[in-house]
Write a protein that binds this ligand. Sequence first.
Ligand SMILES: [Zn+2]
Length: 394
Amino acid sequence: MYNHKNIETSIEILGNLVQYPVLGGESNTSIAGYITDYLKKNKISYSTVPNEKGDKMSIHCRIGPNADGGIILSGHTDVVPTEGQPWTKPDFEITRSNGRLYSRGTTDMKGFLACCLTMVPHLKKIPLSKPVYLAFSYDEEVGCLAGPTLIKHIKETYEEKPRFAIIGEPTSMKTIIAEKGVAFFKTQVYGQAAHSSQVRRSVSAIEEATYLTQWLLNKMDGFIAEGNIDNRFDPSYTTIHIGKIKGGTAVNIVADYCEFYWDVRNIPSDSIEKIERSFQEFCLERIREKKKSFPAFNIITTAEFPIVPGLDTPKTDEVVKLVNSFTGKESFETVAFASEAGQFSKEGFSAVLCGPGSMEQGHKADEYIEITEMNKCLHFLDELVSWCKNDKIK
Ligand SMILES: [Zn+2]
């Protein structure tokens, strides 16, 4: 693919963006300041959606008329840590080598942000019949925490109704129509300490935790046995996984406390809410049973962050046709990772993922994006802009 005329500008912007080492969970005012300065310089009015503490903010703006049916380009400003990874290149500085751009965040997903920002001054000059929106969030990497407030703010800010949302996560510029949802939970079990010889005269938090974890694993096996299968995903069923467990004091003491962490990644036909509800019902049964003899017995399950809904956009949806017309490919694939796409979809936007780079290189040491991927994305955005001009699919 030939170089896009703005490729060097986009690489320069990417070089600026990666120098803000904002990790998920941290304040993003530095990188947000860079982006808002850039928008100001280009005379684009924008809105910020700060968190309660005021140390993080999402940013959104509209370029073009206040007409219904526009396209939102969505991305996140945070990245995952590099600590403990064997980096051979600087982790928060661009290294250009062999057609690749190395640094944390290049593929996930500042490459996309850089391409979007590159387009801004050009977009400004063109008379558009449909608007383009930029929507940049924070804390995506720690549970898509800012997505819901950003989306709500977008709906409240604009009188017109944007119709499409393209989430520029690294998909090698393929159109992704479905992804699993995800939720992380912590379950705490409070038992009663005693000498181990007295185990049946007390209540072991570890023993109770094993019943609870077994219930969760049976639930997953039940889905498979009942044929709740969606072959678009690998694995093709809803998974429930216990990732961490801690409890007890010594081999001869009945454990008074045990906690475990578990996650659910659901195919669209299963519901995380339903799984959580039936688990809570089972816990309530155990509490009722045990409280009769041990009033202090308790089980508390809390979500680590609000459930991130999956994405299940029908392949016949207009957004698929539209985005495929921009990429020039006939694709509708699925991915295993979760993103803000499901949150946009839940709020009524036709959403797909499509962005430069591959998740193969995301979250790893020596993360990189191929310059050809940046080129592809800039060409993609050209197509998008010409659609916004003419409002017609070629
Ligand atoms: Zn990402």
